[in-house]
Design a binder for this molecule. Structure first.
Ligand SMILES: C[S@@+](CC[C@H](N)C(=O)[O-])C[C@H]1O[C@@H](n2cnc3c(N)ncnc32)[C@H](O)[C@@H]1O
Length: 183
């Protein structure tokens, strides 16, 4: 399990999508430094993870994604990604990293906690980020809806179309059928 968070709240919204969004301009919920974690949050999480999981199997990376995904990039396959970072720009940074490095296996699940923020307007937030980031994969990845949770969240399945078994490709000798038998 990997946890990435600034623990210092949101970065300043320098792009227009966030800067003119309802959640920045009207409600103010997504303004710079809003949602900063109380002091000691990271230490509390470390204690709690150690108590539950032991010393290994989890990593906490502190910092803004812009830096942390470069200094400590995620390199392992990601079966479940829970994005609770609200902003369009933050969501783009994470999704571009995961999709661009092809870290999602076929059937992975993405939870977008803030999918219906900004009055569910598709010009903003996670709705826009999801659409644009998947489009950048040029068909290697696609997604479909899984479940809604609360008024705000929606989960999606990831479809890895670029290199998953394809019954329409016309090649029955494909490795996945012959190595270890048909599934
Ligand atoms: C709504 S809070 C959720 C925090 C946590 N998931 C929880 O439930 O308590 C949003 C979090 O996203 C983090 N965040 C948003 N954009 C970020 C970015 N670009 N880099 C690092 N953290 C970011 C904020 O620091 C904040 O902790």
């Amino acid at each position: 399990m990997y946890v990435y968070d600034s623990f210092a709240g949101f970065p300043k919204s320098t792009n227009n999508v966030d800067a003119i969004s309802y959640e920045v301009v009207d409600t103010g919920y997504w303004r710079e430094s809003e949602d900063a974690s109380p002091p000691g949050t990271e230490e509390m999480l470390r204690r709690e993870f150690t108590r539950r999981f032991g010393e290994a199997g989890w990593t906490i990376v502190r910092g803004m994604f812009e830096q942390s995904l470069v200094s400590d990039p995620l390199r392992r396959e990601v079966a479940i990604a829970n994005l609770d970072c609200d902003l369009y720009a933050s969501t783009v940074q994470v999704l571009d990293h995961l999709l661009g490095n092809r870290l999602f296996p076929d059937g992975a699940v993405i939870l977008l906690d803030d999918y219906n923020c900004n009055r569910a307007n598709p010009r903003f937030g996670m709705r826009r980020a999801l659409r644009e980031c998947f489009a950048r994969t040029d068909g290697f990845y696609d997604y479909s809806e899984f479940i809604n949770y609360g008024w705000h969240g929606r989960a999606f399945f990831v479809h890895r179309l670029g290199d998953s078994p394809n019954p329409d490709a016309g090649n029955l000798d494909a490795g996945y059928l012959t190595e270890g038998g048909a599934r």
